[in-house]
Design a binder for this molecule. Structure first.
Ligand code: IPM
Ligand code: MG
Length: 372
C-alpha cells in the first residue's frame, strides 16, 4: 500500500496543466503516494450548482493532504447565467470553493513563502526571502455580509455604538456591510505559527502587519496578541508595521523583512505584493494548513486566457508540492525539489514565457525532474 493518500484537485484552466507538471516531478522523486482525483471547479458549478461537491469533501476527509490547481470564478450575474437550465432561477449562490475549503476544514494557516531564486530575470532584488503567514478563515472573509442592511441589525448596532447614527439618512438598501470578525484564538494561532516557524528556521524577526491605529479592535487584537505571544520567543524580535507602510517598505527595503504575519484580507493583498517581488504568481506557492488536513496550491488563478496552451509557469505549483512534502514529514524530498527548481532557474535554459522563454509548462516540469 502506498505510504500517503493524496487528493488530486486540478480544478479549471491552467490548474490542470500545472498539476501535470507537478506530477512529473513527484513521480521522478518516487514519492510513495496514491493520488485520488477530486471534482472541483466551474464545471461542477454549471452542472450541479456546487463547485465543491459533497463527494469531494468526503474524499478530503479520507486523505493525508491535497494538491489543488486553480479554479475559475465569475461575478454573480454570470454565475446564474452559466447554470444548466434546470438549475437556473433557484436562487443558487456561488461561493469560492477554496474559501469554503479553508473554512469547512479549518485550514487556519495560510503559508506563503516568497523567495527570489538566484538567476531569475524576474527578481526585484536578489536575496529576498520572505514568508507570509496569513490567517485563513476569519476577518473580512468570514462571509457575514448584508445588502440591504436590515433595520433591526442597524438598531442593534446603534445601541452599542453611536457612530452608527452617522449613516441614518442612508436607506438600508443603499448600505452594504461586511463584518470583519477576528477571534483571539485565530490571532493566537497564526502568530504562534509564525513564531514557531521563525524559531525552527533561525529567522531573527517576525513582523505583525495590521492597522491598529484605525481598526482599533480587530487589528488591535492581533497586535496585542502578538505582543503576548512574542514573550515566549525571547530570541526573536517582534516588529509592528501598518499595512500601508508595509507595502511601501517592502518595495523600498525588501531584504529587511523575513517573516510577516497578518490577518486574512491584508494577507491576501500583501502576499501578492511579496509574490511580485520574487517573480510574480508563477513563483507563488502556498499551503492552507489545518490540524488534520492541508491543501497546497499555487496562489495564481486558472488564467482562462491561457487555458489549454501549456504556457504558464508551473513553478508555483511545484513549490506548493514541495510545501506538501515538508508538511507530510518528508523534508529531504522537499529540499530536493527546491534545489532542482533553483538549478533550473539559475541555468536559465528552460523557461516559460513569463521568464522570457518559450518552453511549455510540461518542459519546465521535465527539466526540474531531470535535476533530481
Ligand atoms: C488567494 C486568492 C483567493 C483569496 C481567491 C481566489 C478567493 O486570491 O488565495 O490569495 O482571496 O484568498
Ligand atoms: Mg489572493
Amino acid at each position: 500500500m502506498p505510504k500517503y493518500k493524496i487528493a488530486w484537485l486540478p480544478g479549471d484552466g491552467v490548474g490542470i496543466e500545472v498539476m501535470e507538471a507537478a506530477k512529473i516531478v513527484l513521480d521522478k522523486l518516487q514519492f510513495d503516494a496514491e493520488y485520488i482525483h477530486g471534482d472541483i471547479g466551474w464545471e461542477f458549478w454549471k452542472t450541479e450548482a456546487n463547485p465543491l461537491p459533497e463527494r469531494t469533501c468526503d474524499l478530503l476527509n479520507s486523505v493525508d493532504a491535497a494538491l489543488f490547481g486553480a479554479i475559475t470564478s465569475h461575478p454573480k450575474e454570470e454565475c446564474e447565467a452559466a447554470l444548466i437550465p434546470e438549475l437556473q432561477g433557484k436562487g443558487k449562490v456561488y461561493a469560492s470553493p477554496i474559501v469554503r475549503l479553508r473554512q469547512e476544514f479549518n485550514l487556519r494557516t495560510n503559508l506563503r513563502p516568497c523567495k527570489a531564486y538566484a538567476g531569475s530575470p524576474l527578481n526585484y532584488k536578489d536575496g529576498i526571502d520572505i514568508v507570509v503567514f496569513r490567517e485563513n478563515t476569519e476577518d473580512l472573509y468570514s462571509g457575514v455580509e448584508f445588502h440591504p442592511f436590515p433595520d433591526e441589525v442597524r438598531e442593534a448596532v446603534k445601541k452599542h455604538n453611536p457612530k452608527m447614527a452617522r449613516f441614518d439618512h442612508h436607506p438600508g438598501n443603499e448600505i452594504a456591510v461586511s463584518l470583519r470578525i477576528n477571534t483571539k484564538t485565530g490571532c493566537t494561532n497564526i502568530i504562534t505559527d509564525a513564531f514557531e516557524f521563525a524559531k525552527k528556521f533561525g529567522r531573527k524577526s517576525v513582523t505583525v502587519v495590521e492597522k491598529p491605529n484605525v481598526l482599533r479592535e480587530t487589528s488591535g487584537l492581533m497586535v496585542r496578541t502578538a505582543r503576548e505571544v512574542a514573550k515566549n520567543y525571547p530570541g526573536i524580535e517582534l516588529w509592528e508595521t501598518n499595512i500601508d507602510a508595509m507595502c511601501m517598505w517592502l518595495v523600498k527595503n525588501p531584504l529587511d523583512y523575513s517573516v510577516l504575519v497578518t490577518s486574512n484580507m491584508f494577507g491576501d493583498i500583501v502576499s501578492d505584493l511579496c509574490a511580485q517581488l520574487v517573480g510574480g504568481l508563477g513563483f507563488a506557492s502556498s499551503g492552507n494548513i489545518g490540524d488534520k488536513l492541508a491543501v497546497f496550491e499555487p496562489s495564481h488563478g486558472s488564467a482562462p486566457k491561457y487555458a489549454g496552451q501549456y504556457k504558464v509557469n508551473p513553478m508555483a505549483m511545484i513549490l506548493s508540492a514541495k510545501l506538501m512534502l515538508d508538511w507530510l514529514g518528508e523534508p529531504e524530498m522537499g529540499a530536493r525539489v527546491e534545489k532542482a527548481l533553483a538549478e533550473v532557474v539559475k541555468e536559465g535554459k528552460v523557461r516559460t514565457y513569463d521568464m522570457g522563454g518559450s518552453n511549455t509548462t510540461l518542459e519546465v516540469g521535465e527539466a526540474i525532474a531531470a535535476k533530481l
